[in-house]
Write a protein that binds this ligand. Structure first.
Ligand SMILES: Cc1ncc(COP(=O)(O)O)c(C=O)c1O
Length: 380
C-alpha cells in the first residue's frame, strides 16, 4: 500500500483549461456577464448620485467585493459579524452590518472589527445599543449605529416614531457610538414579479422610510444616510429621493428567481452564475440523472433551470436529492445523455454560493480565474 501522506485531492479546475475540463459540480462565473452587471449597477447609482454598497452575502467572496469597489462602491454590506472578517483581512475599509445581532460573542466581534475598518451596525432594541455602547466605550473604538425601521417587511426593525426616537436617544448616551442613519430594507418587494407592482411597492416603502426621516428632521436630527434596497427595486430606489445608498447583492449574478421577473425599462441583469453538471446515470427511460443535488444547489427559490439554448428544450430539472438531480427528458428528445455536461442556473444565488469553495471564472470557453468564496459558512 502507498503512504496516505502522499494522497492529495486533485485540482478541480485550472486556469487556462477549457471549461469542459472542470470537474463537476462546479460553480461557474461567466465573467463577461458578471462585469456587465457590475458595471450597469455602478452606472445606475452614479447617474443618480446614490451610493452603492453591494451586499456581500450574495457572493461571500473578497475578490468579487474588490471588483465592486474598483467600480466605485463605497463599501460593502455583510449580514453577519463573522462574515465580515475575510473582507476586512483583504482590505475592505468600510463595512455595514445590515442586520441585528445579540450576545457577547457578536459584540466582541463588532468591537474587534471596528479597530480595523469603518464599521456600522443595525439595531432595533435599546438593549442592543446598551451592550454595544458599553463595550465600545471600554475598547475606545467607534461604531456608527443605524436603527432599522420596518418599512413593510414585518421582520426586524422598529415600527413607529417613539421606538425610533428611543433608539436615537440611547445611541447618543455612548461615547464611541454615533447615529449613522437609517436602515430601511424591504426584502419581500424585491421579488414581486410584475415590474409595475414592484415599482409601486417600492414607492410605498420609500414613503415609509421618508416619514421616519421627516420625523427625525422635525426633532432637529439630520439623517446622513438612508440605506436599503436590493436588486429588484434598485432602479426605483435610486430615484426615490429618500435612499442615499442602496445595498443590492444578487445583481452581479441574476439567479433563476430574479430572472423569472418582469423587467421593463431596459434594466435586466444577465445570468452570470451557473453550476456545471454532468449526467452520470441514464439507466431509466425518460430520465437523465445529474451530479448536482441539494449539496450543489439551493432550491428554496425553486429548482435550477437548465440553461436555455443548449439543453433547455430537451431536459427539465424536476427533483433534487442529496447528490442527484433528476432531469426529465422532453418527448421527442429521448437518447442517451450519459456523460454530457449542462449548465444549470440556480434558483437562489446566495445559499448556492455558500455551498462552494470557489468561483470558476470563465471567458468564452476558457477558465480565467479561480476566486475563493472566503466567507463561505461564516454565519455567526
Ligand atoms: C438587508 C439586505 N440588504 C440587501 C439585500 C440584497 O438583496 P438582493 O440580493 O435581492 O439584491 C438583502 C438580501 O436579502 C438584505 O437582506
Amino acid at each position: 500500500m502507498k503512504d496516505v501522506a502522499n494522497l492529495k485531492l486533485p485540482v478541480m479546475a485550472r486556469i487556462g483549461d477549457p471549461v469542459s475540463r472542470v470537474s463537476t459540480p462546479a460553480l461557474l462565473l461567466d465573467l463577461e456577464a458578471f462585469e456587465a452587471n457590475a458595471q450597469r449597477m455602478a452606472e445606475l447609482t452614479q447617474r443618480h448620485g446614490v451610493a452603492l454598497r453591494p451586499h456581500a452575502k450574495a457572493h461571500k467572496s473578497s475578490a468579487i467585493a474588490q471588483a465592486q469597489l474598483a467600480l466605485g462602491a463605497v463599501g460593502i454590506c455583510c449580514q453577519k459579524m463573522s462574515e465580515a472578517y475575510p473582507f476586512v483581512a483583504k482590505g475592505v475599509q468600510s463595512i455595514h452590518i445590515s442586520n441585528e445581532f445579540v450576545g457577547a460573542d457578536k459584540v466582541a466581534m463588532a468591537v474587534e472589527l471596528a479597530g480595523y475598518v469603518r464599521l456600522s451596525v443595525c439595531v432595533d432594541h435599546v438593549a442592543q445599543v446598551d451592550a454595544l455602547g458599553k463595550a465600545v466605550s471600554q475598547a475606545g473604538v467607534s461604531i456608527a449605529v443605524f436603527p432599522e425601521v420596518d418599512i413593510g417587511q414585518g421582520r426586524c426593525g422598529v415600527k413607529g416614531n417613539d421606538a425610533l426616537a428611543a433608539l436615537v436617544d440611547r445611541i447618543a448616551r455612548y461615547q464611541g457610538l454615533s447615529f449613522g442613519g437609517l436602515q430601511a430594507y424591504h426584502g419581500g418587494i424585491q421579488h414581486v414579479a410584475s415590474w409595475e407592482q414592484r415599482r409601486s411597492a417600492a414607492s410605498v416603502a420609500a414613503d415609509a422610510a421618508a416619514q421616519y426621516v421627516q420625523f427625525l428632521a422635525a426633532r432637529g436630527i439630520a439623517c446622513p444616510v438612508v440605506t436599503g434596497g436590493g436588486t429588484g427595486t434598485a432602479e426605483f430606489d435610486v430615484t426615490s429621493g429618500v435612499f442615499t445608498e442602496i445595498q443590492p447583492g444578487s445583481y452581479v449574478f441574476m439567479d433563476g428567481d430574479y430572472g423569472s421577473k418582469d423587467w421593463v425599462g431596459g434594466w435586466k441583469p444577465a445570468h452570470s452564475l451557473f453550476i456545471a453538471s454532468t449526467i452520470m446515470s441514464t439507466a431509466k427511460a425518460g430520465l437523465a440523472v445529474c451530479d448536482v443535488g441539494l449539496k450543489g444547489v439551493a432550491v428554496d427559490s425553486g429548482l435550477p433551470l437548465v440553461r436555455p439554448g443548449e439543453y433547455g428544450d430537451q431536459l427539465k430539472y424536476t427533483a433534487a436529492n442529496d447528490e442527484h438531480g433528476i432531469l426529465q427528458i422532453a418527448a421527442g428528445n429521448e437518447r442517451d445523455y450519459l456523460g454530457e455536461r449542462l449548465f444549470l442556473i440556480p434558483g437562489h444565488c446566495d445559499p448556492t454560493a455558500n455551498l462552494y469553495q470557489q468561483y470558476v471564472g470563465f471567458r468564452g470557453d476558457v477558465v480565467e480565474c479561480l476566486w475563493n468564496i472566503d466567507a463561505r459558512g461564516l454565519s455567526q
